[in-house]
Design a protein around this ligand. Structure first.
Ligand SMILES: [Fe+2]
Ligand SMILES: [Fe+2]
Length: 265
């Protein structure tokens, strides 16, 4: 379902997008072929780390679904549609750079990479929320969670692979920028329609799950590796996604309590 944003709100969203895009062009563009010290990949790094890299790469590979299913709802909203185009370009680099690391580090063969790419194509990501405000809120949370996934993997990898270290640094910076953009958008939606946006916020916060939970049914062990290496779990979600987002948006837990409906007996 498409939200009916006023022309004024659409202008604000487009202005937020232009600001995001101009900053990205100035400060954040990087190059898969040239900006990674590819000669410094470490074949001896813990194989569990390569498993997590594969998991993250597979999640990024669902990009055609992320775009194909989200653009139709926002095609008349220029800021949101253009953002998806630019976001798609940035996300496409993430799967490419992770795949390249798996290949160059020798942790996966060409055939293994083809096989897991095919496994992605055989499945399909679907929209969880059929409401365009909920989609913004979900993306805000998911992008922040993704940034933490990459940041925490970088900590676990502990500087033992300079190529992977650089990759995870660049990708986490992109994910942080995505999270910030979608948070700005959520602020715009709150300004325009506080009650309606809070209702969607409650729904998303109570049902949030990372795509890996649904998409990688065949990769339970790899998903478990993410948990056992303490890269992401419920505690990280609560302390580093949910609470900071509330704080940055100036919301309290009381704002997210369901409104009581009083009925005459
Ligand atoms: Fe990404
Ligand atoms: Fe992202």
């Amino acid at each position: 379902m498409s939200a009916t944003e006023s022309p004024e709100m659409q202008r604000k969203i487009y202005a937020a997008y232009r600001d995001y895009f101009d900053k990205a062009e100035r400060k954040r563009r990087w190059n898969v072929a040239e900006d990674i010290p590819w000669d410094k990949c470490n074949n001896a790094i813990d194989p569990a780390i390569a498993d997590v890299v594969q998991t993250f790469c597979m999640i990024e590979l669902f990009l055609p679904d992320y775009l194909a299913k989200q653009i139709p709802d926002v095609r008349a909203n220029k800021g949101r549609a253009w953002m998806l185009a630019n976001w798609g370009y940035e996300e496409s680099k993430h799967s490419m750079v992770l795949e390249e690391w798996l290949r160059r580090s020798g942790h996966r063969t060409e055939k293994q990479i083809e096989d897991f790419s095919e496994a992605v194509t055989d499945r399909e990501w679907n929209l969880k929320y059929h409401n365009s405000t909920a989609a913004v809120i979900y993306t805000m949370m998911q992008e922040l969670a993704t940034q933490l996934n990459y940041r925490n993997l970088r900590r676990v990898a502990g500087g033992k692979d300079p190529a992977l270290d650089k990759i995870l640094e660049l990708v986490s910076i992109d994910e942080a920028a995505h999270a910030q953009f979608f948070r700005n958008l959520t602020s715009i939606y709150l300004e325009e329609d506080r009650a309606g946006t809070l209702e969607q916020f409650r729904l998303v916060a109570n049902t949030f799950g990372m795509p890996a939970n649904d998409l990688l049914a065949d990769g339970r062990e790899r998903v478990e590796a993410v948990k056992s290496l303490k890269i992401f779990d419920e505690q990280v979600y609560f302390a580093e996604v949910y609470m900071p987002i509330l704080q940055r948006l100036g919301l309290t837990k009381a704002d997210l309590r369901p409104k009581k409906v009083f009925r005459a007996a």
